[in-house]
Write a protein that binds this ligand. Structure first.
Ligand SMILES: [Zn+2]
Ligand SMILES: [Zn+2]
Length: 334
């Protein structure tokens, strides 16, 4: 049986379970492990049967519970190498400081180590350069943005009591966009999407002859994505914001520019335009996802997509669904 269950979709967390044959894959782990398990239970999905987690990109709303969930279940995580590195940088952020502050931190650490009669070792300070890791703009803010430089004392006590490595995973598997591979009974085709992350991807999953696409977090729909969305039976497609609500809404100017940019998020209009002019009408289910809670209303997204589909009589059989942020969507079965 093939099954597609959206557990959460939006800037506060994204996660979907894709099942086919004997294999179950969690696509992104944007909620805490506890919340993911709670939602899986609500949707009648058993966390213990998950075989792998696969990650689209390193923004916090896609990886928030990743490490904890993978470790709890003892399952591998599939990343691109660049996304894996960005995830590790997010977990172990470098501090932003001036060169003078960096030198002072080195001096204080050396003094603290000497005072406690610890063996003197080379300075293990972080590189003073700005953190280039996770993009921290807007609602997908990474925790690294909030960090303050630690005091020498707390650094010294960390040296004495090392904490478990937060980047440790039971297993890591790398894939590359454009190179299909399989996880158990599910064939996975990862494709590049235009978004402001290290190496963001969407996926087409195929199992038992059913093709399911996940395409959220993209600034526009380039030809390679249009090609991937042909002939799918189900697509989870972004319909992030209403242009007027975004323009008049509460976000700072820079964040509005980022969302609107070619590496931001798809507007209701952009999604409608795709459905009207490029979509082949093959999907039994079109799920609108990653709706902004600040700059969109479910009804606006729905009406916009419905108009686009209803303009094409042959597409009336398509079922249009909206994935929400706060509760799972009923599982879709094939
Ligand atoms: Zn996102
Ligand atoms: Zn993103």
């Amino acid at each position: 049986m093939v099954r597609f269950t959206v557990l959460a979709s939006g800037s506060k967390g994204n996660s979907t379970v894709v099942s086919g044959g004997q294999t179950r894959i969690l696509v992104d782990a944007g909620l805490s492990c506890r919340e993911l398990f709670r939602r899986m239970k609500l949707a009648d999905e058993d966390p213990a049967t998950l075989d792998a987690i696969i990650v689209t990109h390193e923004h916090q709303d896609h990886i928030n519970g990743l490490g904890a969930t993978a470790r709890k279940l003892g399952i591998p995580v599939y990343f691109t190498e660049a996304t894996h590195r960005a995830w590790m940088r997010w977990l172990t952020p470098r501090k932003q400081m001036t060169y003078a502050q960096w030198l002072e931190q080195c001096r204080q650490q050396a003094a603290a180590l000497q005072a406690e009669a610890a063996p003197v070792q080379a300075c293990d300070c972080e590189d003073p350069e700005a953190d280039e890791g996770v993009n921290v703009v807007g609602s997908e803010t990474a925790a690294s943005d909030q960090e303050k430089p630690e005091s020498a004392k707390s650094k010294a006590s960390k040296l004495e009591e090392p904490k478990p490595d937060p980047t440790w995973l039971p297993a890591v598997e790398y894939f590359q966009a454009g190179r299909p591979f399989t996880i158990g009974d599910i064939a996975v085709s990862p494709f590049t999407i235009p978004h402001d992350a290290s190496d963001p991807v969407g996926f087409v999953f195929q199992a038992e002859g059913v093709r399911m696409a996940v395409a959220t977090d993209l600034g526009y729909i380039p030809p390679n994505v249009k090609a991937q969305l042909k002939g799918v039976d189900l697509m989870l497609l972004e319909s992030n914001h209403d242009l007027e609500m975004l323009r008049d809404g509460p976000y700072p100017w820079q964040v509005k520019q980022r969302v609107l940019s070619r590496v931001g998020h798809l507007s209701n209009d952009a999604t409608a335009q795709f459905l009207e002019s490029s979509y082949d009408g093959q999907a039994a289910y079109v799920i609108l996802g990653h709706l902004s809670e600040s700059n969109n209303l479910p009804e606006l997204a729905r009406v916009s997509a419905e108009r686009a589909l209803c303009g094409r009589a042959s597409l009336l059989a398509n079922r249009l669904l909206l994935a929400g942020q706060h509760e799972p969507l009923s599982p879709i079965l094939f």
